[in-house]
Design a binder for this molecule. Structure first.
Ligand code: ATP
Length: 265
């Protein structure tokens, strides 16, 4: 008898979605063409594409912050129609409460989580665990004004991760940082993601960041009515380190391919 192999059901299924917006000249303009993607639990997916092609729009639909026009996005088989605690978001810029310390900012997010039954002490421990994971234990008692931009971003990342969502959505999470801080945080994010074994969907403009962090890279063509033109499996094993990845011939091949596909559209 032939053995039947059944793939695990995807944690996220983007099932025939399209999306457009009202447009002053045309009445309505479709921004995202019909899109189908299956994402397995534990995968790190990156979406790249030319400016304005609809990357953030797709992420907002995944977050339940924007509705789909056609099709559906399913999280473990259930349509995403509103934000939920299963879907964490890290934006380019974090709004931290300026009168609270780094730790209090994380604890506050945990306290306001619906249905939380944890004690103050447990929440504080969880906050400290995630601040430690982003190397910020030493700054836990400092307020945002006492922290650098990179440190503030790390508090934002710790806060989102501490909520322990099933899927973490990252919209240009390191986009506002200088090159050196950005590279440091890429390495930290790589370690954090490999430890966490969660599902990640990230939007970035940075091809190197995409190659370092992802298992799959979805390349969008230019809009309007943009489609995913490539779905690339990144061939580097895990755990990864930047030096080994950057020395791999396949890295340079993929990098040129990705840069070429971004500039040719
Ligand atoms: N709420 C909205 N109303 C009208 N048009 C919108 C809305 N949100 C996005 N758009 C339009 O949809 C298109 C895609 O926007 P989106 O922000 O998703 O692109 P992007 O690929 O993330 O761009 P970038 O790389 O520059 O951040 C743009 O033309 C934008 O003006």
């Amino acid at each position: 008898m032939p053995q039947e192999t059944t793939a695990a059901p995807p944690v996220v299924k983007i099932d025939g979605i399209t999306k457009g917006f009202p447009n002053r000249k045309k009445g309505f303009q479709r921004i995202v063409a019909e899109t189908n993607v299956d994402i397995q639990e534990g995968e790190f997916i990156t979406i790249i594409g030319p400016s304005g092609c609809g990357k953030s729009t797709i992420l907002k639909m995944l977050a339940g912050l924007e509705s789909v026009d056609e099709g559906a996005i399913l999280l473990e088989g259930e349509p995403i129609t509103a934000p939920s605690r299963q879907l964490g978001i890290v934006f380019q810029q974090h709004v931290l409460l300026p009168w609270m310390s780094a730790r209090q900012n994380v604890v506050f997010a945990l306290e306001t989580e619906p249905g939380s039954t944890s004690t103050k002490e447990e929440l504080r421990e969880r906050a400290d665990k995630y601040l430690d994971l982003v190397n910020l234990s030493h700054a836990a008692d400092q307020r945002p004004s006492q922290l650098s931009g990179g440190m503030q971003q790390r508090v934002g990342i710790a806060r989102a991760f501490a909520l322990e969502p099933k899927v973490m959505l990252l919209d240009e999470p390191l986009g506002a940082l200088d090159a050196l801080t950005r590279h440091e945080l890429q390495l930290q994010l790589l370690r954090l993601c490999e430890q966490q074994k969660r599902t990640f969907i990230m939007v970035t403009h940075d091809v190197d960041e995409a190659l370092l962090l992802s298992d799959r890279i979805l390349v969008m063509g230019s809009g309007p009515n943009a489609e995913i033109i490539h779905d690339i499996t990144v061939p580097f094993g895990r755990p990864r380190d930047a030096e080994t990845v950057e020395q791999d011939a396949k890295y340079h091949e993929l990098r040129s391919f990705l840069l070429g596909s971004l500039t040719s559209h």
